[in-house]
Design a protein around this ligand. Structure first.
Ligand code: HEM
Ligand SMILES: *[C@@H]1O[C@H](CO)[C@@H](O)[C@H](O)[C@H]1NC(C)=O
Ligand SMILES: *[C@@H]1O[C@H](CO)[C@@H](O)[C@H](O)[C@H]1NC(C)=O
Ligand SMILES: *[C@@H]1O[C@H](CO)[C@@H](O)[C@H](O)[C@H]1NC(C)=O
Ligand SMILES: *[C@@H]1O[C@H](CO)[C@@H](O)[C@H](O)[C@H]1NC(C)=O
Ligand SMILES: *[C@@H]1O[C@H](CO)[C@@H](O)[C@H](O)[C@H]1NC(C)=O
Ligand SMILES: *[C@@H]1O[C@H](CO)[C@@H](O)[C@H](O)[C@H]1NC(C)=O
Length: 495
């Protein structure tokens, strides 16, 4: 009996020690390569604070960035050696020149999730290349010009809602309003349906729920970045499945309707139906649903959130607001209708949007995974196959070396004279290179129209609930203001 007990205890201790060695087997990786790194703890490595949501993924990357001034810094995600790149010249290599090694994101491609399975953001090579090549023409300027009219209608819905329900109300959440506008813009241009979420919030509620970082959803999303084995064990999904199913139903209905009537809306739906006609094998209904949901997921919070951050900066900087409104009204007076070309004339508007995206890049970090061992040029440092590589956009955008007085909202940084003095690869809200944001032009167009519509109808002023500084949520992977609200007051310009 005693020997049995001792045997058990011994075996227990031995397996514990073996397990400990297993978990910590990689912990000398950065030390051996002479790369500065943070000492990891068994089990979580360096990411305990992220897993318990004390800090966001980007919050931790920011901390790493600030901790030294070398080109790179090592850390551990559980037992996986990982690296944050700080140096702009090395960033150029990873995103552009040596892209061949870093074609995929580290975020897991999850085949249990039927919906994200076909999304460009998650797709790995070689599937990614096929999707990206086929979808690029959908976003050309020529195609976007035809969507201006559709987006303007949606902008009018927003203005009418503010006039009827929120005008002169002491405190209105402009983030809620602009996100609904952004959802409506994607719904009309991609799904081919008019939603008016200000009146009928059903579609917007489902969209918003897709990535809402409830405690459970936040864990599942973080696991896609940091713990793919947990995703496999528990069959986790990246986005809310009920919302996906609801949106899929809406989409399929719209697709079937499009087959029976010859509309010529010349929107994304028309484009995708053409693709399906050419190659119905690859572009099955499931793939199309994934692509449309991808537009929604990637587009609504990024564009709607940026409109809200812009309105925030404009109400705390009234001089900038007035100058922008003057430009908008001057260009509008010159043109009979608001066209794509008229919007391009608004130089100051684009400077303001750029500065907002500097302070608030909606996707605040980039990630890649190395596909074969990559040696950092002029060093012997190896980035091994499978190693995640991270880039913090906020850390770069707030680095005083590149953007003096970073807290100051100063659109002049992006004036035609000044913009060439920005160090390449230190400002990249849409990223750079082959895997950059594929919705840049659509995003800028719908943000521009939203801001034009609001500023040409209303004055935006601070109210008692307007935050003095914006702080951010620590869950989820997007840059979300605390409590998901930004409150302001809307005043009519022509009472
Ligand atoms: C303010 C607006 C937006 C910002 C700041 C933004 C930013 C980004 C960033 C930083 C990435 C990651 C790029 C990388 O890893 O190198 C990305 C990827 C992507 N974005 Fe956007 N985005 C915006 C709007 C949109 C819109 C409106 C759409 C679609 C209609 C869209 C579709 C995508 C897609 C499909 C990807 C994945 C591209 C790929 O993997 O090939 N984005 N976006
Ligand atoms: C992996 O990287 C190498 C780098 O030379 C590249 O040639 C190759 O195409 C990449 N393979 C995949 C599957 O991405
Ligand atoms: C912000 O505005 C919304 C209405 O848009 C309101 O419900 C809320 O109470 C306001 N205040 C705060 C602090 O969120
Ligand atoms: C807008 O606010 C309502 C009420 O607080 C909420 O139910 C809804 O999800 C919000 N919508 C968006 C898009 O933020
Ligand atoms: C739609 O137009 C195409 C070509 O213009 C034509 O072949 C097709 O029969 C039309 N379908 C309907 C339902 O009118
Ligand atoms: C931009 O340029 C103007 C004039 O050329 C200069 O006064 C200003 O300091 C510059 N601002 C920044 C942020 O570089
Ligand atoms: C983004 O990608 C597209 C397509 O690969 C490319 O044409 C464009 O130049 C890229 N933009 C940047 C800023 O790298």
């Amino acid at each position: 009996m005693v020997t049995f007990l001792t045997t058990c205890i011994c075996l227990g201790i031995i397996s514990f020690i073996l397990f400990y060695f297993y978990l910590t087997r990689n912990f000398n990786y950065w030390k051996n390569q002479n790369v500065p790194y943070f000492k990891p703890n068994p089990i979580f490595g360096n990411v305990f604070s992220v897993i318990v949501q004390k800090t966001s993924i980007n919050g931790y990357l920011n901390f790493l960035y600030k901790s030294n001034s070398l080109p790179y810094i090592g850390f551990f995600i559980f037992d996986q050696p990982s690296v944050l790149i700080r140096d702009p010249a090395l960033l150029k290599r990873i995103l552009v020149s040596d892209f061949n090694y870093f074609q995929d994101r580290s975020i897991m491609h999850n085949e249990y999730d039927k919906y994200t399975n076909n999304m460009l953001f998650m797709a790995k090579q070689p599937k990614w290349k096929i999707l990206r090549t086929n979808l690029s023409p959908a976003f050309s300027s020529g195609k976007l010009k035809h969507m201006v009219g559709l987006i303007l209608e949606v902008g009018d819905d927003m203005v009418n809602y503010i006039k009827a329900a929120r005008l002169n109300e002491e405190s209105s959440d402009c983030r809620n309003i602009s996100i609904k506008y952004a959802i409506d813009a994607i719904a009309t241009c991609a799904f081919g349906i008019r939603t008016n979420s200000h009146q009928n919030p059903e579609f917007a509620i489902a969209s918003k729920k897709l990535l809402e970082p409830t405690p459970l959803r936040a864990i599942q999303m973080a696991a896609h970045y940091f713990a793919p084995s947990l995703v496999k064990i528990f069959h986790m999904t990246f986005s809310d499945q009920d919302s996906c199913r609801y949106l899929e139903k809406v989409l399929l209905k719209s697709m079937r309707e499009r087959e029976n009537v010859n509309t010529s809306r010349r929107d994304f739906m028309d484009f995708m139906k053409e693709m399906q006609m050419k190659d119905s094998h690859f572009f099955s209904d499931d793939v199309l649903v994934g692509i449309f949901l991808q537009y929604l997921i990637a587009g609504f919070e990024s564009t709607g959130g940026t409109i809200a951050f812009t309105l925030y900066e404009l109400c705390v900087n009234p001089t900038i607001q007035n100058r922008l409104r003057n430009e908008i009204l001057t260009v509008l007076a010159k043109h009979e209708t608001l066209t794509y070309e008229a919007i391009q004339e608004m130089t100051y508007l684009h400077m303001v949007i750029k500065e907002t995206l500097r302070k608030f890049p909606p996707l605040p970090f980039l990630d890649r995974v190395c596909n074969t061992t990559y040696t950092i040029p002029n060093t012997d440092i190896a980035i091994k196959e499978g190693m995640p590589v991270f880039i913090s956009l906020t850390a770069l955008h707030y680095d005083e070396k590149y953007f003096p007085n970073p807290m100051l909202f100063d659109p002049e940084r992006f004036s035609p004279e000044n913009k060439s003095s920005i160090t390449p690869y230190t400002y990249m809200p849409f990223s750079e290179g082959y895997r950059n944001c594929s919705g840049i032009k659509f995003g800028i167009l719908s943000m521009s129209i939203g801001i034009i519509k609001i500023l040409s109808n209303f004055e935006v002023i601070t109210c008692k609930d307007t935050p003095t500084v914006i702080s951010f949520e620590t869950s989820g992977f997007l840059l979300t203001p605390l409590s998901d609200k930004i409150n302001v007051t809307f005043r009519s310009l022509n009472p």
